[in-house]
Design a binder for this molecule. Structure first.
Ligand code: NAP
Ligand code: GDD
Length: 339
């Protein structure tokens, strides 16, 4: 039987790299869509040792004809749309661009599929950020959305245009509503990797504190490697649908610092409150974490915790890595890389 063909947009990102590896292991022919840049962005794929095993096409979700040509030229069995301006914090600075790529970009892809390849299965990278100011706890596929950032608002459009193309044209279009998932390949602006990288540097003797914003925000953090398997399972199911992927546990940013510090054998004590809160090195008295109000967001998502029962029951998906193990994995990876 011929190998299945998959296209991954956003293949240079964290999830793109793990998903590409999973699909290659399953015998797929994988095409990675990357943006033109002065230096090809395949660092994560190289880290996983698979950069040479993919085919590549240039793609930008802002460009309609280019997406149409890619989908016209190759009959893909599956398309995973992972490309996005994915940093919530930047979406207040780039609201128009974020809306275009994260919202209209999804419509561009779906319309090309509808026109040239309606049998192709489609995965949309939706997000727990859509729940925003949460209406119920834990959040499920049926929880109403109240996004709190231009990023979240654009992703709500991406979600509903996916549902709409499924209902209007019978396309196998699935929206995966994924809670935060992290890894050693996570971008350094996101809080978990910012913490693991800075504390690893501290453990190597930098003596420099890391500056963070709201330590009270709570996230349901899983491992990206587990979550890409859920994406793949969604497209193997006979019918397309919406699924939440989450671990069902929620942790403060402060606790993620605690888990990371513990993995690196840095003993810390928290002192002060609000903007004066600090984590102090118990041994040296140095400041390890301090607050910088610039990292607070104009509107915050305070508390996310997902209920992935549907994905567990229908797809047989279970997350394997718990948050403590995740923090340790990231901290040790950064510590070893700094040797
Ligand atoms: P990431 O590491 O930031 O990767 C984003 C990818 O999108 C990169 O490959 C990036 O390319 C590409 N991209 C950005 N703008 C583009 C454009 N205009 N045209 C084409 N490609 C573009 O993000 P991630 O963590 O892997 O997340 C993957 C997807 O899942 C995103 O859609 C994100 O919003 C969504 N999501 C993530 C999480 C999470 O916790 N990780 C949770 C829920 C949903 P460059 O490398 O060139 O920048
Ligand atoms: N980035 C960052 N930097 N966040 C901080 C900091 C800091 O210095 N200090 C506190 N935080 C808080 C943020 O205010 C937020 O409440 C939380 O840490 C997590 O921030 P991020 O790691 O930037 O992730 P996110 O939850 O906003 O978004 C990620 O998860 C979404 C799924 O819920 C991204 O991957 C999105 O693309 C994804 O959709």
């Amino acid at each position: 039987m011929a190998a299945k063909r998959a296209l991954i947009t956003g293949v240079s990102g964290q999830d793109g790299a793990y998903l590409a590896r999973l699909l290659l292991e399953k015998g797929y022919e994988v095409t990675g869509a990357i943006r033109r840049s002065s230096q090809p962005e395949t660092v994560r794929l190289e880290t996983l040792g698979i950069a040479q095993e993919l085919k590549y096409v240039f793609c930008d979700l802002g460009e309609t004809n280019n997406l149409s040509r890619i989908i016209q030229e190759t009959e893909f069995d599956e398309i995973y749309n992972l490309a996005a301006q994915s940093f919530v914090g930047s979406s207040w600075e780039l609201p128009i661009y974020t809306s275009d790529v994260n919202g209209l970009g999804v419509a561009r892809l779906l319309d090309a599929i509808r026109t040239y390849s309606p049998q192709t299965k489609f995965y949309q990278a939706s997000t727990s950020e859509m729940f925003g100011k949460v209406r119920e706890t834990p959040q499920t596929e049926l929880t109403p959305f109240h996004p709190r950032s231009p990023y979240g608002v654009a992703k709500v459009y991406g979600h509903f245009i996916t549902v709409n193309y499924r209902e209007s044209f019978g396309i196998h279009a699935t929206s995966g509503i994924l809670f935060n998932h992290e890894s050693p390949l996570r971008g350094r602006a996101f809080v978990t990797r910012k913490i693991s990288y800075a504390l690893a540097q501290y453990a190597r003797g930098s003596g420099m504190p890391v500056e963070l914003g709201n330590l009270d925000a709570m996230r349901d953090w899983g491992f990206a490697g587990d979550f890409v398997e859920g994406m793949w399972r969604m497209l193997q199911h006979e019918t397309a649908d919406d699924y939440v992927l989450a671990t069902g546990r929620s942790t403060t940013i402060r606790d993620f610092v605690n888990y990371t510090a513990s993995a690196l054998n840095i003993g810390i004590d928290w002192t002060g409150e609000g903007l004066d809160e600090q984590a102090i090195d118990r041994r040296t008295g140095n400041v390890v974490v301090r607050i910088n109000k610039d990292y607070y967001r104009p509107a915050e998502v305070d508390y996310l915790i997902g209920d992935a029962s549907k994905a567990q029951d229908v797809l047989g998906w279970h997350p394997k890595v718990q948050v403590e193990e995740l923090a340790e994995m990231m901290a040790k990876s950064d510590f070893d890389a700094l040797s």
